[in-house]
Structures are given as C-alpha cells and as structure tokens.
Design a protein around this ligand. Sequence first.
Ligand SMILES: Cc1cc2nc3c(=O)[nH]c(=O)nc-3n(C[C@H](O)[C@H](O)[C@H](O)COP(=O)(O)OP(=O)(O)OC[C@H]3O[C@@H](n4cnc5c(N)ncnc54)[C@H](O)[C@@H]3O)c2cc1C
Length: 330
Amino acid sequence: MDLSSRIAIIGAGMAGLSCAVALQQAGYQPTLFEKSRGASGRMSTRSGAGWQCDHGAQYFTARSPEFRAEVSRWEAAGVAALWSPRLQVLAGEQAHQRDAELLRFVGMPRMTAPGHWLAASLSVEAGHSISQLRRTAGGWQLESVEAGWLARQFDIVLLAVPAPQAAPLLAPEAPNLAALAGGARMRGCWALMLQFESTLDLPFDAAFVNQGRLRWIARDNSKPGRQGPETWLLHATAEWSEARLEHDAKAVQADLLDAFREACAPIDIPAPQDSSAHRWRYADSFPALTQGGIWDGALGLGLCGDWLNGGKVEGAWLSGRQLAARLMHS
Ligand SMILES: Cc1cc2nc3c(=O)[nH]c(=O)nc-3n(C[C@H](O)[C@H](O)[C@H](O)COP(=O)(O)OP(=O)(O)OC[C@H]3O[C@@H](n4cnc5c(N)ncnc54)[C@H](O)[C@@H]3O)c2cc1C
C-alpha cells in the first residue's frame, strides 16, 4: 500500500488508536474521526464536582508480549500503572480472595490517560459522528452528523467502532462485512458512580459479585494516582442491564445503591454525597469473535475493535495492530 494513501479511521478508542500508531510508525498519515469530545472510547472517566471515576473499563491485563511491551511504554510515560486492590469474590457466605497473582493495570491518573497519550501524536478530528460512507471514483466520502459530507476523500476507510455501530455504516457498500458486524452481539451495562464524605469501612477495594444485580464494585480512589474523595463504581450484570436499558437513570440508581448495600451487609453504607449513573449500550461482546483485524483490499475497507478480538482492552489494541499489518502487507 502506497505511503501517500489517504487513510480515514473512524473511532478513536484503543483499537483505532493502536491501528493509527502502527500506520504512522510505518510512514502513513492516517486521520481519525471521533464522535466524542476526545479519544479513548470505553476506557473512560467521568468527572463530577471535585471527584472522578472510571466508569467503563476498570483495569486491563497484558497477556501477550506485544501488549505487555506497550504497557511498559505507557508505564514509562507515566500514563499507566499497576493496581493491586484488595480483591474479593462476593458470593454469599463464600467470600474469598481472587487471582492475587494476576497483574492488573490502570490508566494513570485516570483510565483515559493511555488513550490521550497515544492521541497526542496523531491527527484526531473529534466531534465528528460519521453517519454514512460512500465509495466514488475519487475515493471514499464520509458524512458526519455535525458537518455533512466532508470535502476530503480517502483511499482507505478503517472502522474501529463497536459492531452495532459499524453495521449500518457498512451496509450500503459492503453487505458481507455488514452482516458480520450485524451478527456480533454486544451487551449493555449500567454503571453507577458514588461519592462519599468519608472512607467506607469495607474489607476490599474491589469485588466480583457473583449474585444479584451487580457484577463488579470498586473503590476508584484505591487506583494509583487518584486524588479526591472516596468514590465507588458499581457495574450491573449484563442480564439485569439489558432488561433495563431504557429505564429512567434515577430508578436504576436507587436499585443499584440497594444492591450495593446488600452486597456489603452487614457493613452500613451511608447515603452518598453525589452519584451519577451511566448507561453503556455496547459494553461487552458476547461472545467476542477472534478474527482480529479484517482487511478488504479490493474495497480499501478495514475493521478492527475489541469485538473482533476477544473483547477487552488488550484485544482492542491487538486488533488495531493486526489490521494495520494486514493493510501494509497487502
Ligand atoms: C462497563 C465496561 C466495563 C469494562 N471493563 C473492562 C475491563 O475491566 N477490562 C478490559 O480489558 N476491558 C473492559 N471493558 C472493555 C474495554 O473498554 C473495551 O474492550 C475497549 O476499550 C474497546 O476499545 P475499542 O477501540 O474496540 O472500542 P471503543 O473504546 O468503543 O472505541 C470506539 C470509538 O468509536 C467512536 N465511535 C463510535 N461510532 C462512531 C461514529 N459513527 N463516528 C465516529 N466515532 C464513532 C466511539 O465514540 C469510541 O470512542 C469494559 C467496557 C465497559 C463499557
């Protein structure tokens, strides 16, 4: 592929960023289009009055040598660090420690830090929600909700967005890829962030909850580099969340706070000072596919994302690298 190829990457989450970095290192100059205000996607942090809380990805593991080396670069840059929470599995009477030997990393001082660090050396056009792709003799045209059809055309378009958001973009020009994305199931997740006046007297910093409405709870301020008050994050199970995706956030908040109190009983959980709920419509892939990056050289069209590579942050990063490698070797 010619180094002067005009490349657009839709989505500046970890997959799009890793793909763009790999292409840039090889001499290409990709442009990322991102619908949010900034990069990092589901590796995200919400800020309130004087507090912050990671409300998407909670931590990441690094099992492959390539990603472990990347995480070492992030650590050296001060944008990621090991998190060693006091971790429990709560299952009624059988609370026990879990996976003490597994290394868990987090962005530092917030989960967005690695994504923002990668984006700093890339061309990211934020605030562009791409709504249509059109293939013409001059190349690919992109329409954004905010700016209409963009004047620039591209030789290559790479989609690094969740499968349900990729499917409608692919449908007019690449029905087979649209069918693949349309068939990938992604599940929702309600998140609740809670800020307390003082430290909760709980014997853990994070817990997998294997019963009821919750699947995960974590003391956000136990992660390295965090400042500010006592802040907890709750994630509801996929089943519970999916059944309530359209419910009012206030009702969800009340339900999940009750569930937190039940999970922590008999320790008393006071009323939070502040709270905020967030609905993730596409949190995880179930089951995630294992194709890695997909490249169609005839169309000049590619796909990457966690949903194509086992889910999770590491899968997203590897998927972006795989797509870049396939494109470069075609
Ligand atoms: C609640 C929750 C908990 C999680 N917990 C963990 C965990 O503990 N460990 C772990 O490893 N992973 C976890 N994950 C998963 C992890 O966050 C993802 O695997 C990873 O961040 C996905 O990266 P991605 O680049 O594939 O997708 P995303 O991060 O979703 O990036 C896609 C980007 O595309 C943008 N976009 C979408 N559509 C358009 C469009 N039309 N135009 C322009 N831009 C668009 C989005 O705004 C987004 O920035 C969790 C996710 C959630 C939501």
